[in-house]
Design a protein around this ligand. Sequence first.
Ligand code: ATP
Length: 575
Amino acid sequence: MGVSPGFRTHRHRKAGVNALRLIGFIFVKGLLSLMAAMEKIVSLCKRRGFLFQSSEIYGGLQGFWDYGPLGVELKRNLKDAWWRDMCSGHNEMVQPAGAPSTFDMVGLDSTIIMHPQIWKCSGHYDMFHDYMVDCRESKKRYRHDQLRGRWVSHPDATATAKIFVTTMAEADEEQAEIQHRALKYFKLRPKDAESLVYDGPSTTLDTVDEFSIVLGPDAKTLGTLTEPREFNLMFKTTIGALGGEEDYAFLRPETAQGIFVNFKNVLDSSRISVPFGIAQVGKSFRNEITPRNFTFRSREFEQMEIEFFCHPNSSQDWYRYWRDRRLAWYQTLGLSRESLLMREHAAEELAHYSVGTADIEYAFPFLPKGEYGELEGIAHRGDFDLRSHMEGKLDPSTRPMVVELDEFGKPRHRGSGRDLTYRDDITGERFTPHVIEPSAGADRGALAFLCEAYHEDEAPDENGKLQTRVVMKLHPRLAPIKAAVFPLVKKDGMPELAQEIYAELKRDLAVFYDEKGAVGRRYRRQDEAGTPYCITVDTESLTTKTVTIRDRDTLEQTRVKIDELAAELKRRISS
Ligand code: ATP
C-alpha cells in the first residue's frame, strides 16, 4: 500500500517509507538490464512461454505483459487457488482457527468501467496520484520518489560547488553511474575519481529542495528538472460516440470499489449477514509513471480482493485474523517464511480512522538483500468507503469524519444517497459496517512464485553423468502442467499405451504428452516448466500394466499400477 494505507487513494510515497527500493530493470526495445538471478528467471519466462512483453513485434509497450501458454495456466491456477481457498471453498458453518466467529463469503464480478462518480467519492479522482518531475533537456519523465542521487562536490570546481547528481541506475550500478556523471560534469578524468567529495549516502530526490543544483539523470546541465507535479494514475476513456466531457469515464484502478457499490445488492439478494466477505478477481489499470521490475509494477494487472464487512467492535480482531491468514496462505503454496515479511505500518503511516494496516512483502531477487516488495496489503478501512458512497466523499483528515465541502458549502463529491447501513436482525442494532480489506495482486503473486520456484541443481543425464539442471519447483496446485506422459521409446507399443494413459488423465488433469527425443531431455523440459510428475511407459509397462512416476524434486521413481495412476496423481497434487 501507499503511505496512507487505510486510505489507499493517497499514493504519494515518501523516501524511506516504502520498503521497496525501486531499482531493477526496464524492458526497453529488447534491452534488458537486470541482476543475474533475475536475468535467469526472465530469460526462462520468455524461453518457456511464461511471460512475453506485450506488443513485442512492434517494439513492445512498457508496463504491459502477456502470459504465454505456461504463464496463463500458472496465473489461472493461482487465481483459482485463491478463489477456492478464500471464497467458494469456505464453510460458513465452521469457525476457522483464529477467526472471531463463523462468517459468510460470496463472490462478485463487477465491471471495469463504472460510473465516474464512484471515483470521486472513493477519493481516487482527487488523490490517486504520484508526483513526477520532467526533464526540460531530455524530455523524460521520472517519479519524484524513485530518482536517487548523491551530493557531490569537487574542490577545484569553479562553478557550483556542490551538486546533487541523480541516476536511474540499478542499486549495484548506482555509485559507479553517479561517479561517472559527476566526473563528466566537473570535466574530470576517471583517474580523478578520488578527488570527488561526497556529502552523505545516496538518497531519493524527494529529500532535495533546491532543484537548480540537481543534475537530472539524462541531462548535461544543472536545473533541468521541473518541480514535482501531481499525476493522476487513472486511465481516462470516453463512453459512446460523442465523447464529450460528460461522457468521460475511467478504467478502474482497483476492483474494490465495485464491491462497495454492490454491498446492498449482495446483501439483499443473498441470505448472508454481517460478518461476511465479498471476493472479486479482475483487471485493474494504473498509469504508472515508471513501470519496472518485470511484472511487479505494470500498467494493467489483476487483483484478488476481499472486502470483509463486520461490526465496528470486532473489527480489530477480524483485521488480525485476515492479516495472519493471508500470510499463512502464501506459505501453504510454497513461499518460504524467510522470504516473506509482514510489515505492520507505523502509526504515522496510518489513516487516523484505521487501527491497522499490514503489507505482506516478498524478497524479490531484483531487490537488494534485506529489502522486500509488496505482494498484498491488508487494511482496516473503518467505515470510510460505505459512508463516502452514501453521504459523499468524506474528508479523511476530520475526526469524526465529515463530508468534504466545496467553497459553497455543498458536498465536494455527492454520494449516492442510498442507505448502506446494516440492521442486525437479532439485536435490532443499525450500524455502518467496518471493512477489512485483504488486497492481493495476481501478477505480483505469480512473479513471487516463479522467483521462489527457480532452482539450479544437478541431476544425472541419460548416461548417468551429473549435469546442471534448471528446475521450477512450483507447488503442484500452481504448476501449469501436473504430469507429463512419455513412452520410453517410440516403438514396441509404448506410444500407444502412453497415449491411452494420456487420454484418460487428460479428462480432468492438465497433462502433457511427449515422445520426441531422449527421455532425459524430455525430463529436463518438464523440470523447466515446473511439471511435478513425469509418467514413463517402459517395456515392463506392457506386461505388468504399471508405469513409473518420477518426482521432479526428489527425482525418485516409483512404480504404480496404471489403474491406480489417476488417484495417485490427485493424491499427490492435493497433499
Ligand atoms: P505499490 O505501493 O507497490 O504501488 P499499492 O500500495 O499502491 O502498491 P494497492 O493499492 O494496495 O497497491 O493494491 C493492492 C495490490 O495490487 C498490491 O499489493 C499489488 O499486489 C497489486 N498492485 C498494485 N499496483 C500494481 C501494479 N502497478 N502492478 C502490479 N500489481 C500491482
